[in-house]
Design a protein around this ligand. Structure first.
Ligand code: SAM
Length: 328
């Protein structure tokens, strides 16, 4: 597997939340907050949580599935916005040839598996707090056999978490570890929201930002990375997904983006923040974290299934980053 290690290059100072705080009621929303300001799962960035849930449902029903999420299809079926979306590949007329429900969904299935393994490994070395940033409809608290003293903090906006709660309550779903929803906007100062519900910065923790950072303004990402560093002790770990491309619009007519736009009306490029990105891998390395960066295709080869590179590939610049705060 190819691996890129990084050295420190702190080109971006710690984020100051006052420069990207979400507007108070009555304020005029900026373009960025208009694009990502919808609160629930019916539209805007919240709807992307359902896209990933549908992909996980499809993955779950595959005979060679990489990850099992029995809750995923219930989210899809409960939301009017996606009443006609498939929850298994047999419901897709062109099956695996469909760029959205075939290749892209398999991408999400692979990502789920890789990050499941990351959480399991991190908990295996002692972390008992799991923080899911932009948790969406992630059900790791229900799916993974985490130690019973583990606490899973699910950070997302209130509308997304309210929908999730409704569906899980209707299913009488029982989490395998303690689960704490943290309704807050990650463009605001979210530290108090997390620490006031029991997160302990003095104990090791594992953090995921899965499918999140590219929706946030650059300063909010810088603030997030700085905050994770401040709230973590040695033995902690963080995994996140990044996009390397300098010009996101270069892949506007790629099969993945085109199919997502035309088949389910989600224009991912319109939801992504198009401002300059911080060098989060460099920032972590400068703070003493060990980091490694992989392409999703590395894991496809490792697992024997998943997406491989193709021409005009919107997934080409995607990277999965794994960072650890060393013990010494
Ligand atoms: N991590 C989940 C997964 O992989 O299933 C969800 C990924 S979904 C593509 C992106 C998630 O990020 C959504 O649930 C959305 O509500 C959340 N999100 C985006 N911007 C956010 C913000 N400013 N504050 C809190 N959550 C945000």
């Amino acid at each position: 597997m190819s691996e890129t290690s990084t050295t420190g290059d702190p080109r971006h100072p710690a984020g100051d939340p006052s420069v990207f705080l979400v507007p108070a009621e009555g304020d005029t929303p900026t373009a960025a907050t208009r694009r990502t300001g919808a609160e629930g799962v019916d539209e805007g960035v919240g709807l992307t949580a359902l896209l990933v849930a549908a992909a996980r449902a499809i993955e779950t029903h595959r005979h060679d599935s990489l990850a099992q999420d029995v809750y995923a299809e219930h989210f899809v079926r409960a939301a009017p916005a996606c009443a006609d979306w498939p929850v298994c590949i047999q419901q897709v007329p062109d099956g695996d040839d469909n760029p959205l429900w075939g290749r892209f969904a398999r991408y999400f299935g692979l990502r789920t598996r890789v990050l499941d393994d990351f959480v399991r490994r991190s908990v295996g070395t002692g972390a008992r707090q799991v923080v899911l940033l932009g948790a969406g409809l992630d059900t790791r608290a229900f799916r993974l056999d985490l130690p019973s003293d583990c606490v899973v903090f699910e950070v997302d906006r209130s509308g997304v978490l309210a929908f999730k709660e409704r569906v899980l309550t209707d299913l009488a779903a029982d989490p395998k570890s303690k689960r704490v929803p943290v309704p807050v906007d990650l463009r605001a100062d979210w530290v108090t929201a997390l620490t006031s519900v029991g997160f302990d910065p003095a104990a090791p923790s594992v953090w995921l930002a899965e499918g999140l950072l590219f929706y946030l303004p650059g300063p909010a990402e810088t603030y997030l990375i700085d905050t994770v560093d401040r709230l973590t002790t040695v033995g902690s770990a963080l995994a996140f997904e990044a996009k390397l491309e300098k010009d996101l619009l270069a892949y506007r007519d790629s099969p993945v983006y085109t199919a997502t736009r035309e088949q389910i009306g989600i224009d991912l490029l319109d939801l992504f923040d198009r401002g300059p990105r911080p060098d989060s891998v460099g920032d972590l390395a400068a703070r003493g974290w060990s980091t490694s960066m992989h392409t999703p295709f590395d894991f496809t080869r490792l697992q024997g299934r998943g997406p491989l590179p193709e021409p005009n590939d919107a997934l080409e610049g995607n990277r999965w980053v794994f960072a650890h705060k060393p013990r010494s």
